[in-house]
Design a protein around this ligand. Structure first.
Ligand SMILES: [Zn+2]
Ligand SMILES: [Zn+2]
Length: 337
């Protein structure tokens, strides 16, 4: 079968991959659409050097081989993390934190950038009637956005800032907009920020938060935070970092209010250096946030409460074009329904 395979250092398109056979409690999925995620691009930069296998984790497909009659022939989406089933985390409903978990397209399991792949039955979710597969393919990143209200009490009276103007920020902004919160989206690109206008109260450029008198000085986050402390218009109770780069946390530190919360959504290869004392002195809550619940994401999509732009579709053999695309979302149209 055809697929995009990561060999430990680079991605290669192959047509000689074996079609997988599902084992116990697993189903085989014929992939209709699969989207490229920035995590896939991070793999190419060295985020998961130990991984060898078919890439990809955002998909919609049809179950074509399974022991479960209720799944056969159904259009499905699926979660990424397959736990061991027996450890403390798996037994307490926290499978995605299993220390021995395998992750499709990222760790020990082949992913969905192929005609077929295999997934554990309990991770599969049936796409509800009336939701087209081209929108259902957004379930996984939307679920990741929904993890924020799972973790943090989103008081709709509080003001919230999202740092980032990319896809992840777009998902989060749509979700938080539904809470009625006063929402500001902060980004680097005016043209990208314009896409947020219909659900953010305000959009601002990163430059609006830099102090011109400090230009060229060494950055002191603590002093910059203090300088903004009397400015209710440029400080926020909850700051969500969704830039996909290490710069975001520095801006978050600067604009978060005392006793506020910073939610970290970006994963990237590499390290960042930050001044930790501000978290102590200002009593900031720091929340790491990753994968989220699929069923609420499917309900929001089915009800049309959340809408995403059309994906730019590519063939698997053109994976490089898909990976380097500047479209809102690029993906692969792999099999016809
Ligand atoms: Zn993803
Ligand atoms: Zn486990």
């Amino acid at each position: 079968m055809k697929g995009v395979y990561f060999d430990g250092s680079k991605a290669v398109y192959r047509e000689d991959l074996p079609t997988p056979e599902p084992e116990n409690d697993h189903s085989r999925i014929r992939v209709l659409y699969a989207n490229v995620c920035s995590t896939d691009k991070e793999i190419l930069k060295g985020y998961r050097p130990q991984f060898h296998g078919v890439m990809g984790h955002e998909f919609v497909g049809v179950v074509d081989k399974t022991d479960r009659p209720e799944l056969l022939g159904k259009t499905v989406v699926g979660e990424l993390n397959e736990g061991c089933g027996s450890c403390l985390y798996c037994r307490s409903g926290r499978e995605k934190h299993c220390p021995d978990r395998k992750v499709i397209g990222l760790d020990s399991l082949d992913g969905c950038f192929a005609e077929y792949f295999v997934e554990a039955d309990h991770l599969v979710h049936i796409v509800p009637d009336g939701l087209p597969p081209e929108q259902a393919v957004y379930t996984e990143p939307l679920a990741a956005a929904l993890e924020i209200p799972v973790q943090v009490h989103m008081d709709p009276r509080k003001n919230v800032a999202i740092i980032g103007d990319g896809r992840l920020a777009f998902m989060i902004a749509q979700v938080l907009h539904l809470t009625g919160a006063h929402l500001t989206v902060i980004g680097k690109h005016r043209e990208k920020l314009d896409a947020f206008m219909s659900f953010a109260e305000k959009t601002r450029l990163v430059g609006e938060f830099s102090d011109p008198s400090n230009a060229g000085q060494t950055e002191n986050v603590y002093a910059e935070n203090a300088a903004l402390a009397h400015d209710p218009d440029r400080t926020y109770e909850v700051v969500i970092e969704a830039t996909g780069s290490p710069d975001g946390i520095k801006l978050a530190q600067k604009i978060v209010r005392r006793q506020g919360t910073i939610v970290l959504k970006s994963t990237y290869a590499g390290m960042t250096e930050i001044d930790m004392s501000i978290f102590v002195v200002n009593e900031i809550t720091l929340v790491g946030s990753r994968c989220g619940p699929f069923e609420p994401a499917l309900r929001l999509l089915q009800k049309g409460l959340i809408r995403f732009p059309e994906v730019e579709w590519h063939e698997l053999c053109d994976f490089q074009a898909a990976f380097s695309s500047k479209a809102f979302k690029a993906g692969f149209h792999i099999c016809d329904q």
